[in-house]
Design a protein around this ligand. Structure first.
Ligand code: URA
Length: 229
């Protein structure tokens, strides 16, 4: 079998598509956080990503960028991957896109430190190019584990890379944004929302009006679900 087909099959297996058609009940109740256990699992995942081999991205990065914010949060945000500033500081969303993300969160009364932020890719790409599909597939395995550990009540995917990592390549963010979806990971369903990436909004400020609509939908859901942030 050609390499690409094997990769595709592995990816389809990893998204557990069979559960979408399974009659068995899906556990929609996310686990209660045991903070120590979560911390231990996150450390193990971090070590696993640090020890990745044969990764071009890792070779050219200063730091592995894992996450920021509260691991107890019910709201998890997934971006694409670190930029230069993030790579230097070892933290996601601390450059220009991060400044806009902070403003977006503030606009709906959320403090950045009360959410949990990560990326699909944990290392910077050369010249900040978009990660390749093979890289997205490779790192999406870690991302899925990451989501499973944090077990958020709401998962926000920002941009097409995060969307591709969890929902595959066929969708277009401009069509899918502003909608709730269900993503199944490790037999659990995660309420997931797609929206534009802040870096895209910096390049296309006229799209901010759609982003604002999305932010209001997210706020409404947080209030409906009585989520404390
Ligand atoms: N910084 C990040 O950490 N992630 C992005 O997707 C963009 C900038």
């Amino acid at each position: 079998m050609v390499n690409k087909e094997i990769l595709n099959q592995e990816f389809i297996k990893s998204i557990e598509s069979e559960y979408i058609f399974n009659n068995a009940p899906i556990n929609r109740f996310n686990k209660k956080h045991d903070s120590n256990e979560t911390f231990k699992e996150l450390t193990q995942l971090k070590d696993k990503i640090k020890s990745i081999e044969d990764c071009e991205l890792k070779k050219f990065s200063k730091n592995m960028v894992f996450s920021d914010g509260s691991h107890k949060s019910s709201l998890m945000i997934v971006g694409e991957g670190p930029g230069d500033t993030d790579d230097t500081q070892g933290k996601p969303f601390v450059g220009d896109a991060g400044i806009l993300l902070n403003k977006m969160l503030n606009a709906i009364n959320i403090k950045r430190e009360n959410v949990y932020i990560t990326n699909v890719i944990n290392y910077k790409t050369p010249n900040n190019r978009r990660p390749e599909s093979s890289e997205i597939k490779r790192y999406s395995v870690f991302l899925r584990e990451h989501i499973s550990i944090i077990s958020p009540k709401i998962l926000i995917l920002m941009g097409s890379t995060a969307m591709e990592a969890l929902l595959g390549q066929r969708l277009k963010i401009s069509k899918e944004r502003g909608r709730w979806k269900e993503v199944i990971i490790n037999k659990k369903t995660f309420l997931t929302f797609l929206t534009f990436h802040p870096a895209y909004l910096l390049r296309q400020p006229d799209q901010k009006k759609f982003s604002w609509e999305d932010l209001k939908i997210i706020r409404k859901k947080i209030d409906e679900l009585k989520i404390k942030l």
